[in-house]
Design a protein around this ligand. Structure first.
Ligand SMILES: [Zn+2]
Length: 468
């Protein structure tokens, strides 16, 4: 069906790939397909134990002396469907259809993220008209969940010092840097004491939330955990009783409930004043409420209550550093808090595009952890692509884009985590960029791929390889 529309080869492969189930962790079938692709064309290939597959193609005639280049895409896709859909992502192929400029899938995600990347690379490998240096095509697994493929890819077997990834989803934009991300889950132990005091209940709800990488630059979203604790910090002699808010470490929280007592004579007045200011700033869509509660029976001892309050209010949150174009270069996210019988669990993260900012932050955070006697239960470090002073590949791309389309290719610095972070971490001299055609509503059943922007991306990559 798609073979009639341009760019024909890309569309042909996209349709073939879409017929193969590609759930994260179940990449066996797509790996087999890619293996057959290589065998049929007599191309060198190998796989590893992490469901990555690498296909290499020798340089075209006359390009033997040029440095090789790596092209990369992930083979798995997000599996979301509408409630009525009977689609089985482990067994069924997608049902594609065309609507205006878009390719869509019936009732499910389209998997253009990153199936179109795979298709573009296959079309490159199959195109006689491209006069390219040696190509090393890397297809990775489980990008959407664990980054298993990227984390474990053996880059010592890749000669290229330049990697072009096709997971961009925004035509006309060039991702040049992604964040290194640190995530933690910690706990602060406490003793429970009997009480018989009146107190308060702070309720925050319906904040916008969002992704802690993609949305952290938007100050209007607010962080209810931080906001509620900022209010409590203003009161004297607080004993917390119950705290619960947030959902996941990589999500900006949308809600919190805190129950507590305070001996502060002016507590009520202070709370009302503070939350009135917050309501004014965050508007009517959010809920910020304070209720009085009678006879709280159990409280967290005062010293531990203070350590919890001080840790959360001292935590550096939201966009911390930006560049001159207002891109966020560093951020923090106080993500989740939950009291148990004898401790409170706190989840939080930090993201930096500049290694020096990260070092400073970690030093500051380490002090907080020690000072307020937090025990770290779990932590994870996801690698980033630091912003480079000089990137020849970026310069080449920008020049060519202008020549071809008379438009500027916009550089993107992302707070998100991309597979490239793990590549550059293993090979620091490696130049990395990420591009791709426009895909809208990624990760949802409304996902759709723009045909026109696929044509543009294809033209661009063809010319880029020809010029190299
Ligand atoms: Zn993707």
């Amino acid at each position: 069906m798609l073979e009639k529309i341009k760019p024909c080869k890309v569309m042909k492969y996209f349709e073939e790939i879409s017929a193969i189930p590609r759930k994260p962790g179940e990449e066996e079938k797509i790996v087999e397909y890619l293996k057959q692709f290589a065998i049929e064309r007599n191309l060198e290939y190998y796989t590893d134990n992490f469901k990555n597959i690498i296909i290499k193609k020798e340089a075209s005639e006359g390009k033997e002396k040029f440095k090789p280049i790596a092209l990369q895409a992930h083979t798995d896709m997000i599996c979301e469907k509408i409630p009525e859909s009977k689609h089985d992502f482990s067994k069924d192929g997608l049902e594609l259809f065309i609507q205006d400029d878009f390719i869509k899938a019936k009732g499910t995600t389209l998997g253009a993220d990153d199936g179109i990347g795979v298709a573009i690379i296959l079309a490159v490998l199959d195109c006689e008209k491209i006069n390219a240096p040696k190509l090393e095509c890397i297809f990775t697994s489980e990008e959407e969940t664990t980054m298993l493929g990227a984390i474990n890819l053996d880059l010592s077997k890749i000669e290229s010092n330049r990697i072009i990834s096709f997971d961009g989803a925004k035509e006309g934009k060039l991702l040049v840097s992604s964040a290194e991300c640190n995530e933690w889950k910690g706990k602060i132990d406490f003793n429970i004491e009997k009480a018989d005091k009146n107190g308060f209940e702070l309720i925050y709800d319906n904040f916008k939330g969002g992704h802690s990488g993609g949305n952290i630059g938007d100050e209007t979203r607010g962080n209810p955990i931080k906001l509620a604790f900022d209010v409590i910090k203003k009161l004297k002699n607080v004993e917390l009783s119950y705290v619960e808010g947030g959902s996941k470490v990589n999500v900006i929280p949308r809600n919190i409930i805190i129950k507590f007592t305070s001996d502060d004579k002016n507590a009520e007045e202070i709370i009302e004043k503070e939350i009135a200011l917050q309501r004014e700033y965050y508007g009517n869509e959010v809920k910020i409420e304070c209720n009085k509660i009678q006879k709280i029976q159990k409280v967290i001892d005062r010293d531990s209550s203070n350590r919890i309050i001080n840790f959360i209010t001292s935590f550096q949150n939201g966009a911390i550093k930006r560049d001159k174009n207002n891109n966020v270069l560093q951020s923090g996210n106080m993500a989740k808090v939950k009291t148990n019988d004898a401790n409170i669990e706190i989840e939080f993260s930090e993201r930096s595009n500049v290694p020096e900012y990260e070092r400073e932050y970690l030093k500051y955070l380490d002090n907080l952890i020690k000072k307020y006697e937090m025990k770290i239960l779990w932590n994870q470090n996801l690698k980033g692509v630091p912003k480079r002073e000089k990137n020849v590949l970026v310069d080449e791309c920008k020049k060519l884009y202008k020549e071809l389309f008379n438009e500027d290719l916009e550089e993107i610095v992302s707070q998100g985590v991309v597979e490239g972070g793990f590549f550059v971490n293993k090979k620091s001299e490696c130049e990395y960029i990420c591009i791709g055609p426009n895909i809208y509503d990624v990760h949802s059943p409304s996902e759709r791929l723009s045909i026109n922007s696929t044509i543009k991306t294809w033209k661009f990559i063809k010319e880029l390889l020809n010029k190299m």
